[in-house]
Design a protein around this ligand. Sequence first.
Ligand code: CMX
Length: 440
Amino acid sequence: ATSLQEAVRSKIEPMRAQVHEVRERFGEEVLDACTVNQAYGGMRSLKAMVYETSLLDPQEGIRFRGFSIPECQRLLPRAKPSGEQPLPEGLLWLLLTGEIPTESQVESVCQDLKRRAAVPPEVLRLLDELPHERMHPMTQFSVAVSLLQHESKMAEAYAQGAPKSTFWEYCLEDALTLIARLPAVAARIYRNTFHGGKHVPAEKIEKVDDMGMRLARSLGFELNEFDELMRLYLVLHADHEGGNVSAHAVRLVGSALSDPYLSFAAGLNGLAGPLHGLANQEVLRWLLQMKEKLGNRPMTTENLRELCWETLREGHVIPGFGHAVLRRTDPRYTAQREFALKHLPHDEMFQLVSKLYEVVPRVLEEQGKVKNPWPNVDQHSGILLRYYGLVESNFYTVLFGVSRALGTLSSLVWDRALGLPIERPKSVTTQWIREHFEKR
Ligand code: CMX
């Protein structure tokens, strides 16, 4: 199939049959048991959901439809003529269909998204009216996605009585339109908030063929290297299996048959939390503070150790380290480190990040609380953006959100294709637990 829609359609019946067979054979098997501590403790590591687009191995990190990040970098098509990073459109095809696309398939997604990329002028006008100085860019982003909702094909189809078996088609339609529009939405917020509402002229963007470059250029950056960084960034942050706050929020809200716009806005509100997506903004602030506190002192292990302990003694976490599932260095960190080694090996902030890689895990191990002392994706992204001039750290989570749409919305399409029901786990009270176990 050359069109993404047809490729997804061709996978649906076989996948429905596979799920049917798995449920017939193993439907009554116990996948996991939940302890009282897990019920109080954020359901950590409890296997209680199925999510097809990606799977996180605690040691190895994320795999998108079975492909690791280095494999995606090797196998997914790149921008012509000389791009080195995978095109996000190729990842989108992979997430939606489970297959590595050909060059022409990726080209068709690029063209499809390009056709959908323009944001309705009334939405742009409303975004321009927001109080940019006082409203966090993530709040503006969430508002923007909600403002786009009135064009939802899925909401319209539902209202007109479309049968359940067809919801996935409208969901895919909405997902593609929303993904296509996010670069322009993000750029509008960025330019309104940090560049006095001076926008990049539409003629400069119209001819751009891929999402990474469209995002880079709409934000106002001109370097090819920054286009490549955006492509890498959009691929790395796209998906991290189903239980993280943003992915789970999209799934949960979507399970009420809320359309992709409403569902994704919920995911963004979760991504805006400091223990999740907002960590990337916190990291850059923390690194800059570190540099300031160091002053003229050299970046030695001893000096950095002391400053890390200061953060911990103040009762703060060290941002960009630790993970709820991962137990090794995040491969998304490693991919960004490789980018830095190639393009900005002498940058002072990169050197600080590199040095912290040697120092922080030991400090966290000495502290003895964390289950994973290694760096995560957020530790590295800020210094790359800053190097190219994107210094406004409270915008960083918006970029994370643009990327996260690729994975969470692909998964949402499959939720509807497989006809997953409304989510409704059972909750209990502390009193209930006491009575239940005392009775035994
Ligand atoms: N610095 C200091 N303490 C840390 C820590 C860090 N980087 N990471 C975990 N800890 C602490 C926890 O706060 C917890 O302490 P308490 O028992 O006093 O509450 C203890 O170590 C055990 O936590 P854990 O089981 O190892 O980690 P969790 O699964 O509870 O939390 C995470 C995971 C990511 C929220 C946590 O490691 C953290 O706060 N890291 C810093 C923020 C960050 O980088 N977040 C981005 C994660 C990636 C993403 O989602 O985008």
